[in-house]
Design a protein around this ligand. Structure first.
Ligand code: ATP
Ligand code: MG
Length: 392
């Protein structure tokens, strides 16, 4: 029955000169999200509101689901719209609407009219009263409550007349693209997809890099990362995923450095390479799924060591989250089931029995010099063989 949607968005960051940038970005994101749906849609921006109108047949459930993934949307209101064919007709439409949407009519309600077309013959207060009366006549179980109605029946009079009363929550946040771009270090774990989601929610476009180590990590492990990127791209739009072959670097570190420092030194090389790609591709920061104390490489001391090698800011949105809290978000956004598939990631194979939890920076730097002979060439090769996968 619904044929259009009113898109509500949060007012944060929407003030003044930036408002139209925010709205244009949101319209753009909505259009690209709806491209994947069956049906044709017209997305328009009028008088500080965004409307989506279906042009003919469309899949309602799928459309709502797509819209619920678009950052910047605070809620989606499915609407019915009709040509203005006089007030009698409007009453009929509203009564029918009510009957269809609310099979149980033992409810309180209020009619809220917005008369955007000032030439409409009735004033909004009059429309409220007359439609309210028509509804009460049609459904005697109904009651009016103007303070805290269970149902707020909104009627918008523009060129056509729009009716809505249902509000479906959206993801909130800012439209992707309004906040620049950042590079996500995406592993196959639970944390990093959630970290990418959270930064993208603030309007940041996401590129990603994955370090794999064939044959120590399998094709299937890589596919899992592509699958995760695909789920995240349902919110963020297309993700440029760089797959870096890390095997030779890892083996070289393994050969030349103390085993308890392996993870830290490896992480430092991941950060260096990620930053290199980030700078080449216009990213303004790095994103990781680190959380204080989760593993040895995520103590404050270890974080100093991984942080030291980058100039770009490293965004760690999960830094103060417990695992359980991360799992909750992961479930909500739909990455959890994929994240827990049992394919090894590159860290699990080169893990020391007793990794350092308080690495000493001077010691780490000194041991990294053991790599001087070949590391530059290995990093160069890794960067040259970067495999770019566009995930959407
Ligand atoms: P996750 O659940 O995201 O895998 P984790 O708890 O396994 O995180 P670590 O393995 O210590 O933690 O990794 C910390 C962060 O480093 C990850 O969140 C991710 O951002 C990055 N990272 C780790 N391994 C890789 C990899 N193979 N490719 C890309 N990034 C990685
Ligand atoms: Mg991991």
């Amino acid at each position: 029955m619904f044929t259009a949607f009113l898109i509500k968005y949060a007012e944060i960051g929407v003030k003044g000169k930036n408002r139209y940038l925010f709205e244009d970005a949101l319209v753009h994101q909505i259009k690209s999200a709806l491209k994947k749906c069956d049906g044709q849609f017209e997305v328009s921006k009028t008088q500080g509101r965004i409307y989506v109108e279906a042009q003919g047949e469309f899949d309602y459930e799928e459309t709502v689901d797509r819209l619920r993934h678009v950052f910047g949307i605070s809620s989606v209101c499915p609407m019915v719209y009709v040509e203005d064919q006089g007030f009698e007709k409007l009453c009929d439409t509203v009564i029918r609407y009510f009957g269809d949407v609310y099979p149980d009519r033992n409810k309180t309600f209020k009619v809220n009219t917005r008369r955007a077309r000032k030439s409409y013959p009735k004033e909004s207060m009059e429309v409220n009263a007359d439609l309210g009366e028509a509804l009460l006549n049609a459904y005697p179980e109904l009651h009016v409550d103007v303070r805290e109605p269970e149902i707020m029946l909104n009627v918008e009079i523009r060129e056509k007349i729009y009716i809505y009363s249902v509000e479906i929550p959206g993801p909130g946040g800012m439209p992707v693209g309004t906040g620049g771009k950042a590079m996500l270090l995406l592993s196959g774990g639970i944390d990093s997809p959630v970290a990418g989601y959270m930064i993208a929610k603030r309007g940041v476009k996401i590129d990603a890099v994955y370090f794999h180590a064939p044959p120590y990590t399998s094709e299937r492990a890589k596919q899992k990362v592509v699958d995760l990127a695909r789920i995240v791209s349902g919110y963020t739009g297309p993700i440029y995923l760089h797959v870096i072959n890390f095997t030779d670097i890892q083996l070289y570190i393994h050969e030349k450095c103390p085993h308890e420092e392996l993870t830290i030194i490896m992480r430092r090389y991941m950060m260096r390479i990620a930053e290199h790609i980030a700078e080449e591709t216009g990213c303004l920061g790095l994103i990781t799924g680190e959380s204080i104390g989760q593993v040895a490489s995520q103590t404050l001391n270890s974080l100093i060591a991984t942080n030291e090698v980058c100039r770009l800011p490293v965004y760690r949105p999960l830094i103060g989250f417990d695992k359980q809290e991360i799992v909750e978000v992961s479930n909500r956004i739909g990455t959890f089931e994929t994240s827990i598939q049992p394919y090894e990631d590159c860290c699990t194979i080169f893990v020391a029995k007793h990794p350092v939890t308080k690495p000493n920076l001077n010691v780490i730097r000194r041991h990294e010099h053991n790599l001087d002979e070949r590391i530059e060439e290995l990093v160069k090769t890794a960067l040259e063989t970067d495999e770019l996968i566009i995930v959407e």
